[in-house]
Write a protein that binds this ligand. Structure first.
Ligand SMILES: Cc1ncc(COP(=O)(O)O)c(C=O)c1O
Length: 398
């Protein structure tokens, strides 16, 4: 399959809405770019360190950034205190996307597979996973995530033969688009499978700091609780990916990390050192401060909660609405009015509100219904007033 056949959901939406005038002041609720305030110190720290743009940055990260990332893990997941350390277990990335892409090359090279290696991908999914699979020569195997499977891949449906030839399993929790969160038992089970069949669990946790109830579990946190075998890496076969993009409302900063299995991190760091871009030093230094500050994250989370409360009251029991456990998307079922594509074009035409059809985020697998077909994703990234108005338009679709 040609890499160019991976069509961005946003490009598909542009084609769908091409030539249709918006029925009101346009409000874009498609893209997962947060619009809450970013921390106030960002510009100042970058400008104070602008001279460092003249130096090539270290791939393993500035010592201050390493320390901040380690501290963040110890704070967010107390069971990881004294256990996870940088640079052994933590590697800075230019946002999580470039890691989710390039780490698969290392996962694929870890062992001889005999057959074509597989990359397991939840369906619907973040498109980068499929691009990585195709670029790395892995077969993308799409795992349906629907209401019946609590919007996570059904682990019992995976055959041992498939798991034996799996290079990596992409898990997204909190999930984009559905906002599902993998609990402790689910994570334990997938970690056990990763170890039994020796594949990498790539746990995409970039929405981990946006949640309504309890903080979502992290894969490394759960692994740590599974008990330790002396001399064996507690994070064996697990890599998590996270970034400042959603947590701190700075998707344009391009700053994230991956963490976990020390052997994997070492190999991946060596590969990155010759193949991947480092993070500019002023960005590393401002990232240090952003990871060290939780006040802005609390404020942002509170604002999301207020908006989800609005959705509770406005969307209420329409469109099979369920408050997402994490992340900032609504995943609404529009089957009553003809599905997500129809809903998106009607809403644009009627009110100028742009939402993303779920079918564009999912893969058509032959013999199966596209798991996104009935749905559309609504990004709750705007301010309260704009969000309220858009939600009121959405319920008029009934
Ligand atoms: C599920 C998921 N993973 C990863 C990313 C990449 O984010 P970033 O590269 O900004 O960290 C996104 C961005 O939208 C996403 O939705």
């Amino acid at each position: 399959m040609k890499l160019s056949t991976i069509n961005s959901p946003f490009a598909q939406l542009r084609t769908l809405l091409d030539g249709i005038p918006p029925g009101g002041e346009p409000v874009d609720m498609t893209i997962g770019a947060p619009r809450h305030a970013m921390p106030g110190f960002v510009a100042q720290v970058i400008s104070e360190n602008e001279g460092l743009f003249m130096s090539y940055p270290p791939i393993a990260g500035h010592p201050d950034l390493q320390q901040a990332l380690q501290d963040w893990h110890w704070r967010r997941y107390p069971v990881l205190a004294d256990v996870i350390t940088a640079p052994q277990n933590i590697l800075p990335l230019n946002g999580s996307r470039e890691g989710l892409f390039s780490a698969l090359f290392i996962a694929k090279g870890r062992k001889q597979f005999g057959k074509q290696p597989a990359a397991l991908i939840p369906n619907p999914f973040y498109q980068c996973y499929a691009a990585a699979a195709l670029a790395a020569g892995c077969e993308p195997v799409y795992l349906p995530c629907d209401k019946d499977s609590s919007y996570l891949p059904d682990l019992d449906a995976l055959s041992p033969a498939l798991l034996d030839r799996t290079a990596a399993f992409y898990l997204c929790s909190p999930s984009n688009p559905q906002g599902a969160v993998a609990g402790k038992e689910y994570l334990e089970k997938v970690i056990m499978l990763a170890r039994k069949h020796d594949f990498m669990l790539f746990s995409d946790e970039c929405y981990s700091e946006i949640y309504s109830g309890l903080p979502p579990k992290g894969a490394l946190e759960v692994a740590r609780g599974m008990g330790e075998i002396v001399g064996v890496d507690p994070f064996l076969n697990i890599i998590t990916f996270n970034s400042l993009s959603k947590r701190s409302n700075v998707p344009g900063l391009r700053s994230g990390f991956c963490a976990g299995d020390a052997g994997f991190i070492g190999e991946y760091m060596a590969f990155r050192n010759v193949a991947c871009p480092q993070i500019p030093l002023p960005i590393q230094l401002v990232s240090t401060q952003i990871w060290s500050d939780e006040a802005h994250v609390d404020n942002s989370r509170k604002l999301y909660r207020l908006k989800f409360d609005l959705a509770d009251s406005i969307i209420s029991d329409c469109f099979n609405y369920e408050k997402p456990k994490g992340g900032f998307f609504l995943w609404l079922n529009f089957s009553e009015i003809g599905g997500g594509v129809k809903a998106a074009s009607t809403l644009w035409k009627g009110f100028g509100v742009k939402i993303l059809p779920g079918a564009f985020l999912a893969k058509n697998v032959s013999g199966e219904k596209n798991p996104g077909e009935d749905y559309a994703r609504v990004a709750m990234v705007h301010d309260i007033d704009k969000t309220r108005e858009a939600l009121e338009h959405i319920v008029k679709l009934i």
